[in-house]
Design a protein around this ligand. Structure first.
Ligand code: ZN
Length: 111
């Protein structure tokens, strides 16, 4: 069972992760020429492709922020750490890796 200490630990992680993501999203989203000075000579990627990539990465990060918000809300509601699919507890192993997880390892691998 998740105790309060554990939960507040995960909450800290979630908040830190969210702050980090928001900063990254800002960087990725602003200035279209961001990253042009990165040496891509060994890669085939051209600049417009890398711009599209950045947008895709920013989008993925926004989705993660959304998941973190949902997880924070679940902490608030007292349902954090419970699998949404089967109602079992999500293991520490999973939560340590991805604190915003809403599925246990079994359900995740069944998807
Ligand atoms: Zn499950």
């Amino acid at each position: 069972m998740l105790n309060k200490e554990k939960i507040s630990e995960y909450e800290k992680k979630l908040r830190a992760g969210k702050t980090e993501l928001l900063l990254k999203i800002e960087k990725y989203s602003e200035a279209e020429d961001f990253g042009d000075d990165i040496d891509h000579s060994e890669e085939e990627a051209n600049e417009s492709e890398s711009f599209a990539n950045r947008m895709a990465i920013a989008q993925t990060m926004k989705e993660r922020v959304n998941e973190i918000d949902i997880a924070l809300n679940r902490i608030h509601l007292g349902s954090y750490g419970v699998c949404e699919q089967c109602g079992k507890e999500i293991s520490d192993e999973v939560l340590n890796l991805v604190p915003e997880s809403n599925l246990c390892a079994d359900c995740k691998s069944n998807r």
